[in-house]
Design a protein. Structure first.
Length: 407
């Protein structure tokens, strides 16, 4: 951690002390690569623009997802790119057509080598025509035959050799994945400013087998078979109140240090949705955006949201900085309380909410009726990348909340 903190201090000194020169980054399409192993790189594309008054800004592309980043600082030949919501940043040196540096997440002591080249539009190098087609639904097992095994539902569409889709799990989806089928070799990637995902696999008509890489700190095998009828367990059945408990109870501080609980006046006689989340979590960001949009379109004085943040930031101050950044950037109108900092460990989180059988996923949403009774607990979040699953979730969410409000 000390190494990363010193890196940040050094970079800030470089950016603040050196006088600007005439170096300019080329505007247009770039291809970036994160080095996840000695043999594998995770590519993604971005478009760089330069506004005379606002400076550089970029758009990162993952399939149909576009991530806007407007916090970019250059001094001399140094560059610092800070993510919009998440704590990660890219720092390095640049010429007009190259960037060389690192993607850094200080709280987790993670550094991933980063390079980018101007003018390359292909995400992956296209060398061989596709000899397999991955379109369809795949029953997938990650870390098979181990205690850490878990199931996923692969959802993919292939046009020529271009592949898009995602993996759904009981805890959320693996983002907007985009890649190619090169012969019988599948490669998919996503970079959202928090997570860097790479999937590689060999594909036949009925099976796939490959490796999932998360940054340069984690990898695991996965296998899959075609199964158009495969479904994951019902997300409303995975998390529940343990026997002997009949209500949700918590008391956590807000940014002003005031302890907030469900006994407070703001929750009295209201339908309450409690969001278990983290500001570091892309699926939580998707859910937060959905909640913010829902409130804008369906504001109701009898409905109150509150979020419980479980942060891996090392200090309370850093955790609240992340919370403040999320609230300001996304326009979150409801309280976000700090439930835990220093780790996002789910077992530790469950200790803070002992009435739950477990905290299986960030996010998890708990629905309380006007009398304070827990009516449903929804594990995970089917985000926009899941397509029809996201549409179905929105429809079910609206219907259930309306039912509670009408009681």
């Amino acid at each position: 951690m000390r190494r990363l903190s010193l890196l940040t201090v050094f970079l800030l000194l470089v950016l603040s002390c050196k006088k600007p020169n005439d170096a300019q980054l080329n505007t247009g399409i770039w291809r970036a690569e994160l080095k996840v192993t000695d043999d594998e790189v995770l590519p993604f594309n971005f478009k760089l623009s330069n506004d005379k008054t606002k400076g550089y800004h970029m758009e990162v592309y993952n399939a149909s997802e576009v991530i806007a980043i407007d916090d970019i600082v250059t001094r001399a030949d140094s560059i610092l790119i800070k993510m919009k919501v998440f704590e990660g940043y890219i720092s390095g040196k640049f010429t007009d057509s190259t960037i060389t540096g690192s993607f850094v997440k200080e709280s987790l002591d993670r550094v991933v080598p980063f390079t980018a080249v101007f003018g390359v539009e292909n995400r992956f190098d296209d060398e061989t025509p596709a000899t397999a087609n991955v379109s369809g639904i795949w029953e997938t097992e990650f870390s098979p035959d181990t205690p850490d095994s878990y199931m996923a539902k692969g959802l993919f569409s292939q046009q020529g050799n271009v592949v898009t889709g995602t993996f759904r799990t009981t805890t959320g989806d693996y983002r907007y994945l985009e890649g190619i089928m090169n012969g019988d070799s599948l490669k998919l990637s996503a970079f959202d400013g928090a997570h860097a995902f790479l999937f590689t696999a060999k594909v036949t008509d009925s099976s796939l087998a490959g490796t999932f890489y998360s940054g340069n700190h984690f990898e695991e095998p996965f296998v899959g078979i075609r199964n158009k009828d495969f479904e994951l367990p019902d997300e409303d059945t995975l998390t529940f109140l343990k026997e002997g408990y009949d209500q949700l109870v918590f008391s956590f501080p807000d940014a002003e240090g005031t302890l907030v609980s469900l006994e407070d006046e703001m929750f009295k006689d209201k339908v309450v949705i409690v969001q278990i989340m983290g500001t570091w979590c892309p699926n939580c960001l998707d859910e937060t955006k959905f909640f913010v949009d829902y409130i804008k379109k369906n504001g109701n004085e009898d409905l109150q949201f509150v979020a419980l943040a479980f942060e891996y930031a090392k200090t309370k101050e850093a955790a609240f900085t992340g919370i403040k950044r999320l609230k300001e950037r996304i326009g979150v109108p409801y309280p976000i309380l700090l439930a835990q900092y220093g780790t996002s460990n789910k077992a530790r989180a469950q200790e803070k909410l002992p009435m739950l059988n477990h905290v299986l996923s960030y996010p998890t949403s708990i629905f309380l009726d006007k009398k304070g009774k827990v009516r449903k607990i929804h594990t995970g979040f089917n985000g926009p990348a899941t397509g029809d699953a996201f549409v179905a979730f929105k429809k079910e969410f609206n219907a259930f909340v309306n039912t509670l409000l009408e009681e």
